[in-house]
Design a protein around this ligand. Structure first.
Ligand code: ADP
Ligand code: MG
Length: 699
């Protein structure tokens, strides 16, 4: 039976307005009622008292009440509404630049008006510009608590949001998710008391502590947020440990054979991390491990050893690098190391010819390929492994979070296709490598579900890179130095300025710089490397540089990660002030790989902005990747640092990892206890903080 049209129309209308409201709330990250409870004020306004007009200090927000003397529309020079208000102590002008015609009527002479705003000294004496006001009729008690000001969007007025939050707060279950004994031991406020106070503080609350978020109520909320993150990370960790992986045991002779053939011996740190990784992948549980080691510390050989373990156990390994140049370099290195052992490699990249690519795909799917190396092309849908046992991601910080999550899913056997039944439900081991160290606060929070190995020692015989900060005005001197060095048999990089807004412009700059340096160095061979070169052109340039037939390599940031040419001992970075800190560290890591003393010249253009100055200072003062990462985090904040912009996964909203380190540590310990002794409370807590929202940003 058809519904009555009118009823239908009403229902539609309601759905549509509700829909619009939902969209507006979603923009604020509010998806359910409890999110409203957790939508906390930015600041407060004090409407609990009235200030006599004569006592209103300029610049401080105050509430006044008076009766209207008169209200006029004036043209001075713009059309505006001017209302004169009087109380027992004095007079005040309320001035509105934008107004509705009926506001003039509402502000009729004699009307009683309460206005909130900042007083300033105007042309006609004290005035408030665009105050919030209301015309009073009858009884109008003052607010009993401070008025919250919430983060909101233009589309959702403050007052509407207050009403929604007020309702949610009244209807919500605010009971504590922390076991009482734990809460008392930690000296934390009750949850209900904390949120109620934060939404509606008493007028005598400590405004300073509320503003700086050090108030006990804020401490409780931040603790809860951190606890939710810890619980979520630990849950992931446990879930993973309950999954199956192929145990890659030490057997066969490949690993020993490679170690025997290397022209160097592993450093102590390499031996140690290889021990950790080897023990971990020998377990029938998927490893998720981050291998950290500063640029040049020798992570690649460790990766190769792990791949050999997979090969020895009859499963495949995949090695993924973020750029084509780096992936190719790995392919070259792995070829040199593994082909003599009879290991079958495959190469996969986005730009390779179709026939070649199809052949690689077939070989990977059939199991013919034992180690596949490539860019993120390795993890596209069409790529089906026959038996993937190990995934290695190099320079993992360069991949977006979404890509990394996709990759975790990749190896999961879906029980589809020939040979995959055996792998159903089995996950590959995952080794992520990064030269961008993760500061302790981040590894305790966003990376808490990973195991970490650190190479904290460089191979012997390296001499530290000397960093020089030189103003662009002295470019000539730099050019002279480069000429001398290259004539003396050294090789150099010349890194072109980063132009973030336009790839085309960046390319043009690289071409111009190359042409100019060719003119400046007629006696040298000057090469050019940029992202738009065809893969075989890139490979040609790189091998000419490695072979020493190119003396000076002009390059864009495509050489930022991983590129390893030991004879290159000089680097010039033009417009260094435009680069990020991690980027500068990575770039500088391209030199200092051989025994020759290396120099990195940061050419900068004055005057320097404050951020740029801080970055250059940090890179000048330190070559320690950990210190640089810490500075980078401090300068950029965790959101950008983690690349969360592209992920849409929630970051911490209230807690600040540096400032709230104590709470973070307490939350970590509490999470442990709750999972052990009180799993239901842990579930409730996660539901409260993350319900429907999935997971915290991780890995
Ligand atoms: P990164 O950790 O930055 O990826 P690489 O793996 O590229 O560093 O190693 C940098 C260089 O050091 C490479 O040329 C590599 O062959 C060399 N290397 C690695 N381990 C050692 C070692 N123990 N002794 C000497 N050279 C080494
Ligand atoms: Mg590397």
């Amino acid at each position: 039976m058809a519904a009555k049209p009118a009823a239908n129309y009403q229902a539609n209308l309601r759905d549509r307005t509700l829909g619009a409201l939902d969209t507006k709330l979603a923009k604020l990250g509010i998806r359910r009622d409890f999110d409203l409870v957790l939508h906390l004020p930015l600041r407060y306004e004090d409407e609990t008292m009235l200030t006599p007009i004569a006592e209103a200090a300029p610049g401080c927000p105050v509430q006044v009440e008076g009766s209207v003397i008169d209200t006029d529309i004036v043209y001075r020079p713009r059309r505006q509404l001017v209302c004169r208000l009087r109380d027992a102590s004095g007079e005040l002008v309320l001035r509105f630049m934008n107004f509705y015609p009926n506001q003039k009527n509402a502000l009729a002479p004699q009307a009683r008006v309460r206005a909130f705003g900042e007083v300033r000294e105007g042309f006609l004496g004290a005035e408030m510009i665009h105050p919030r006001f209301r015309v009073l009729h009858g009884e109008a008690p003052l607010a009993a608590t401070l008025t919250p000001v919430y983060p909101t969007t233009a589309a959702l007025p403050q007052q509407a949001l207050r009403t929604l939050i007020g309702k949610a707060l009244a209807g919500a279950d605010l009971s504590d998710t922390l076991p009482e004994a734990l809460r008392e031991r930690l000296g934390l406020m009750r949850f209900a008391a904390a949120v109620t106070l934060l939404h509606h503080p008493q007028p005598d609350s400590d405004g300073e502590a509320l503003g700086s978020r050090t108030h006990p109520a804020w401490q409780r909320i931040k603790f809860d947020e951190l606890l939710a993150q810890q619980l979520s990370m630990r849950r992931h960790y446990r879930e993973r440990k309950s999954k199956a992986a192929i145990a890659l045991e030490a057997k066969g002779s490949h690993v020993g054979a490679l170690l025997g053939r290397l022209p160097f011996t592993l450093t102590g740190a390499q031996v140690r991390v290889w021990g950790e990784i080897g023990a971990d992948i020998a377990q029938p549980r998927p490893m998720h491990r981050l291998l950290q080691g500063d640029v040049g510390s020798g992570k690649t050989i460790v990766a190769a050893l792990a791949c050999l373990r997979a090969v020895e156990n009859g499963v495949q390994a995949a090695v993924m690098a973020p750029t084509e140049i780096l992936a190719e370099q790995h392919y070259r290195k792995f070829s040199e190391w593994l082909l003599p052992l009879g290991v079958r490699l495959a190469w996969l990249s986005g730009s390779q010819a179709k026939a070649e690519r199809d052949a690689a795909l077939r070989s990977i799917a059939s199991g013919e390929t034992q180690v596949a190396i490539g860019t993120h092309a390795l993890f596209q849908k069409q790529v089906a492994f026959s038996a993937l046992g190990l995934v290695i991601v190099d320079e993992q910080h360069r991949f977006g979070v979404a890509q990394r999550l996709a990759l975790r899913r990749k190896g999961k056997g879906k029980g589809k296709g020939k040979g995959r039944e055996a792998l159903a439900g089995i996950e590959p081991h995952l080794l992520m490598m990064s030269a961008t160290p993760i500061p302790r606060t981040l590894s305790m929070s966003y990376y808490a579900d990973l195991d970490v190995s650190v190479i904290d020692e460089l191979p012997p015989g390296r001499s530290p890179v000397v960093t020089k900060l030189i103003s662009d005005a002295r470019r000539d001197e730099v050019v002279r130095r480069i000429r001398e060095a290259c004539q003396g048999g050294q090789q150099a990089y010349w890194v072109c300025p980063l132009i973030e807004e336009s790839e085309a412009l960046q390319l043009k700059t690289a071409l111009d710089t190359h042409a100019q340096l060719e003119r400046e160095f007629p006696e040298l061979s000057v090469g050019l490397m940029h992202g738009r070169l065809k893969p075989e052109e890139k490979a040609g340039v790189m091998s000419a540089f490695i072979g020493g037939t190119i003396h000076l390599l002009v390059a864009t940031t495509v050489i930022e990660v991983g590129v390893d040419v030991a004879n290159a001992s000089l680097m010039v970075i033009e417009h260094a002030e435009r680069f990020g800190l991690a980027q500068l560290h990575q770039l500088r890591g391209r030199v200092g790989r051989g025994a020759a003393e290396s120099v990195c010249v940061l050419l900068y253009q004055s005057p320097l902005g404050e951020l740029a100055r801080n970055r250059l200072k940090a890179i000048y003062e330190s070559t320690d990747g950990f210190e640089i990462a810490r500075q980078d985090l401090a300068i950029r904040g965790p959101g950008e640092y983690l690349g969360s912009r592209q992920s849409g996964v929630p970051l911490l909203r209230f807690a600040d990892l540096e400032r709230d380190l104590g709470l973070l540590e307490a939350a970590r310990d509490a999470a442990e206890l709750m999972l052990r002794d009180n799993p239901q409370a842990a579930r409730n807590h996660l539901e409260r903080w993350l319900g429907g929202r999935g997971e915290f940003l991780k890995a």
